[in-house]
Design a protein around this ligand. Structure first.
Ligand code: F6P
Length: 528
């Protein structure tokens, strides 16, 4: 196994980081830089010109990807090799969005299973939309409550929010709600507005053993029966989504209302599977298929685009430069479209649960820093909260700005809103990159009419080091295809970093100990 520190490019990058790297103010003055570092794929444009990289650093990063056998590792994933070594499983979320008409490298067996289950999901979403799914008293279902946590919640919830404009409140169709926290209020606050006779519970859990989800599911079932549903008709209100159908059957979920995914789909990569049922219901089956097609377009780009134009690989390599060589431990993700408010927590799980690892694939202790701390939220809100620390605090925080080019909200002043939002995004990226030197600040204060003494006293407070690296990602518009492509972009970025760091991005042993302890405490409390 080629550990990263054994690769010549790693040492070359270390030497480049040890020498002074020019300030972004200087780098941005380089002719042709924006063109060289701006690339598009699948309706998304990445502007990487504000990364602290020179052509020599870019070449060394490309060499690193080559020496780490990235292309071979990528093909191993698409082929279905058991790259999740600690669980001896393939990692095939890419097959979930494969071309329905052409079998991908994962083969016919996987293709057939995926397409069969996708058809079941789409048929069920269509039946719900048509009012053909009825509750115990033969009234059509009007509300769907997805009960799940982590990967069984974050993806469909985020995407349903991001594509909320595809749900017309004037058109009767099931409303979709999400509950994850087992705190009673979380469930109560959703159920209290609903009619038990017309509510469907979608219990989403890969393992169907997650304590939080089963607690919420049991309580919601009690709400149904207390609300008048006879026990022998409860099944009309229940759907299970799982990779453990024996477990859901044991808990009374009927097979015909159980939608399947497989152990080769990681929870945090499962929004493309039956686990996306709540999303398919929210946006309609045709839009759900478009969402898959957008991810497929990014998969094709990831497999085929040469490295200097390959969006996920570029983002991953810049992340490695920032994390391992500039030694910046955190990574801020700030979408500027309010519909993408849940995108950061979604990526936070995907990245941190995948690459927050302390061992290489062979079980030896990691010799390099692995996944960064991912944080953030809506950029505009962040500007009025934590951006102060980003601009002038003692941490340098690399940023991903995410904006949407076109606006389609039918408000008369929508274009004005849109301009305000996107101007702010551009201004923040520029301010963070360029900053404002002490000299320029002093000159500006004098120009504003301050005395020399006042300007001298304030210049330090009002100057900005800048040199904060960022990516700016522009979606042409916010639609199912672009959203699918955006998620796949981050998935492949995480894959690429794990491939170079030689860690397993697809297990999550770190969350097990706390779970085991909680179960032991529950058992002890019940026994006493
Ligand atoms: O938090 C750990 C985790 O296993 C996540 O990986 C997963 O998404 C979540 O719990 C929920 O698990 P399940 O889908 O099995 O209920």
């Amino acid at each position: 196994m080629k550990l990263p520190t054994t690769l010549p490019a790693w040492h070359q990058l270390q030497a480049l980081a040890d020498a002074p790297v020019p300030h972004l103010r200087e780098l941005l003055a380089e002719p042709g830089r924006a063109t060289r570092l701006t690339h598009s794929a699948a309706g998304i444009t990445l502007d990487a010109s504000r990364q602290r990289v020179t052509p020599a650093i870019e070449q060394a990063l490309a060499a690193l990807a080559g020496q780490a056998d990235l292309a071979a590792q990528r093909e191993a994933m698409f082929r279905g090799d058991a790259i999740n070594t600690t669980e001896d499983r393939p990692v095939l979320h890419v097959a979930l969005r494969g071309d329905p008409l052409h079998t991908g490298p994962w083969g016919h067996a996987v293709q057939a299973e995926v397409q069969r289950e996708l058809a079941r999901v789409c048929d069920f979403a269509d039946a719900l939309a048509a009012g053909a799914v009825k509750g115990h008293s033969d009234q059509p279902i009007t509300d769907v409550v997805n009960i799940g946590i982590g990967g069984s919640d974050l993806g469909p919830r985020m995407a349903a929010d991001a594509l909320a404009h595809l749900t017309d409140p004037a058109v009767p169709g099931p409303r979709v709600h999400f509950v994850s926290n087992p705190d009673a209020w979380a469930l109560h606050s959703v159920l209290r507005g609903l009619d038990p006779a017309r509510t469907l519970l979608v219990v989403s859990s890969k393992t169907f053993t997650t304590q939080e989800t089963l607690t919420n599911a049991a309580s919601a079932q009690r709400w149904l029966t207390d609300g008048g549903c006879p026990a022998d008709r409860l099944h009309r209100h229940l759907v299970a989504i799982t990779a453990s159908p024996a477990q859901s059957a044991r808990l009374g979920y009927p097979a015909e209302r159980t939608f399947l995914f497989w152990d080769w789909v990681g929870g945090r990569y499962s929004v493309w599977s039956a686990l996306g049922l709540a999303l398919a219901i929210a946006i309609g089956a045709a839009n759900f298929r478009d969402f898959l097609a957008g991810a497929r377009a990014m998969d094709e780009h990831f497999r085929q685009a040469p490295l200097p134009q390959n969006l996920p690989v570029l983002m991953a390599l810049h992340g490695i430069w920032n994390r391992n060589f500039l030694r910046l431990p955190t990574h801020l993700i700030v979408p500027y479209a309010s519909r993408l408010a849940r995108f950061t927590p979604f990526v936070q799980q995907m990245d941190m649960e995948s690459n927050g690892k302390h061992t290489h694939l062979d079980g030896t202790p990691a010799t390099v820093d692995t996944g960064p701390i991912v944080w953030g939220g809506l950029g505009i809100d962040g500007q009025h909260a934590y951006f102060q620390l980003v601009h002038q605090g003692r941490h340098t925080v690399p940023v991903d700005f995410i904006g949407v080019q076109n606006e389609d909200t039918p408000l008369p002043l929508a274009a004005t809103h849109h301009a305000v939002v996107n101007l702010n995004l551009r201004a923040q990226a520029e301010a963070m990159a360029r900053g404002r030197s002490l000299e320029d600040t002093r000159a500006q204060l004098l120009k504003d009419g301050l005395s020399a003494a006042q300007a001298q006293a304030l210049a330090g407070h009002r100057s900005f080091d800048g040199n904060i690296p960022s990516h700016v990602l522009w979606l042409d518009r916010l639609d199912p295809q672009r959203l699918g492509a955006l998620i796949a972009l981050y998935e492949h970025k995480v894959f690429t970093q794990a491939a170079i760091w030689r860690i397993n991005a697809y297990d999550q042993w770190g969350v097990e100990l706390g779970k085991t302890m909680a179960k032991a405490m529950e058992k002890a409390a019940t026994a006493s």
